[in-house]
Design a protein around this ligand. Structure first.
Ligand code: PMP
Length: 445
């Protein structure tokens, strides 16, 4: 298998030459928070796949829901005027759980196309409500919103732009709030004030009447698991409202119990105009994403778009009945199955244990919320000195971790990220911390 993998399967987000030499770890089976590879080694999955398998592996009831739906009706197009019971029921379930008037769901296949769909619906909305010049989108540096053509332009991580064309002329970025390294210092008020200033300045430079929307994650994920000060999102929402700009909150990582509540937004008291989600929506058991539109946006389009004239936006697999049947069962497991409550309890313990790692000589800061966490590594804690990127520390640590039976993720040159499944026990977390400490100790040698 390793030879065939190297010969035929493209893995773009690793060095192509190192993949040819080393090949992938081939995963074979999973149960709870644990994975087994093709050579029989067991791993604690400290990253829930790609922060998506929130319920953990091996839930038969999900497999049964998928099989039942596949037998009964494997496909119904949502492209034209058709639907299926699972897509309607899942849309209703999401609308009931999203805050405020976020009541209208468009299903996609994952997060990138949920972001793309949000952008296209926003353009459609502004066009039919008399503001076609609102073409500019603003997002945050260190933000991640997918790697499709549009999503990657909203993403502001150099890795996603080097070798490509970079953001379009309509996509702009303001600095991240990044409390650990914000030039204005650690004061929460100063950080919020600086973000507000940066957003205002960008809006005014572009002309407020030309700006369509501001995109952000409730906690930056792929940028290094960066938690904003409390009140940050509310302050940004306030600026958006002043200028008549739409707010899109991207809950692709933070949704479905990752940070505690079903959606991280619930902690912020903000109702955005649109919301995107994926990953935990089906816990990775089937591909699915969604963009949820508020009543105002939905009505704006429905009431103003030329009657009888369709709009060209749709995916063959939108509202896929099998994915939606999976999503309904996964949602039942979060709620009736107690996984959300377990995630909240174990998430608090995880943050406490992660905090203890600040004692380690390599750890400058540990941070996160719920079952989403990071440690930022430094060579000198007082000066927050970064590691020399030529040391390729993340690669070394990922290998050392894997050798110790722990899977996690590295960001940039110096941040390790963790997103263990919501089914973890406190004992699983102890094991994760033990293996992580041992990994960090080995890196010191
Ligand atoms: N938005 C955010 C916040 C994400 O983290 C991701 C994926 N990590 C995406 C969008 C894109 O999702 P997908 O990979 O499912 O296309």
């Amino acid at each position: 298998l390793h030879g065939l993998d190297r010969a035929h399967l493209v893995h773009p987000v690793v060095s192509w030459s190192s993949h040819e030499q080393r090949g992938a770890t081939i995963l074979e089976s999973g149960s709870g928070a644990y994975l087994r590879d093709s050579e029989g080694r067991q791993y604690l999955d400290g990253f829930s796949g790609l922060w998506c398998v929130n319920i953990g592996y091996g839930h038969d009831s999900v497999a049964e829901a998928a099989t039942r739906q596949m037998r009964q009706l494997p496909y119904a197009t949502g492209y034209f005027h058709y639907a299926s019971e699972p897509s309607i029921r899942f849309a209703e379930a999401i609308a009931q759980r999203t805050p405020g008037d976020l009541d209208h769901v468009y299903f996609t296949l994952g997060g990138s196309d949920a972001v793309d769909s949000a952008v296209r619906f926003i353009r459609y909305y502004h066009n039919v409500t008399g503001a076609p010049q609102r073409k500019h989108f603003i997002a945050l540096e260190r933000g991640y919103h997918g790697s499709s053509s549009t999503g990657s332009g909203l993403t502001a991580l150099p890795l996603f732009h080097d070798h490509f064309d970079g953001p379009s002329a309509f996509q702009h970025h303001i600095p991240s709030y990044y409390p650990y390294r914000n030039p204005v210092g650690p004061s929460e008020e100063a950080i919020i004030a600086e973000s507000v200033r940066a957003l205002r300045a960008t809006v005014e430079r572009l002309g407020a009447e030309n700006v369509a929307a501001f995109f952000c994650e409730p906690i930056q994920g792929s940028g290094g698991i960066i938690v904003p000060p409390r009140g940050w999102l509310k302050a940004m929402h306030q600026v958006c409202r002043e200028y008549g700009i739409l707010l899109v909150v991207d809950e692709v990582i933070t949704g479905f119990g990752r940070t505690g509540p079903l959606f991280a937004l619930e902690d912020e008291g903000v109702v955005p105009d649109l919301m995107t989600m994926a990953k935990g929506l089906t816990s990775g058991y089937a591909p699915l994403g969604a963009v949820v539109l508020s009543e105002r946006i939905y009505r704006g389009i429905a009431d103003n778009a030329p009657a009888g004239k369709p709009v060209g936006h749709g995916f063959t697999y939108s509202g896929h009945p099998v994915s939606c049947a999976v999503g309904l069962e996964v949602l039942r497991l979060y709620e009736e199955g107690g996984l959300l409550a377990n995630g909240q309890r174990v998430g608090a313990y995880f943050q406490q244990r992660l905090g203890e790692l600040e004692e380690h000589p390599l750890v400058g800061e540990s941070r996160g919320r719920g079952l989403l966490g990071a440690v930022e590594l430094v060579t000198d804690k007082a000066r927050k000195t970064k590691f020399d990127s030529s040391l390729r520390l993340p690669d070394r640590l990922l290998t050392l971790g894997r050798e110790r039976g722990l899977i996690f993720r590295a960001f940039a040159d110096d941040i390790l990220g963790f997103a263990p499944p919501l089914c973890c026990s406190c004992e699983d977390i102890d094991l994760l911390i033990e293996r992580l400490s041992s990994t960090l100790d080995a890196a010191l040698d």
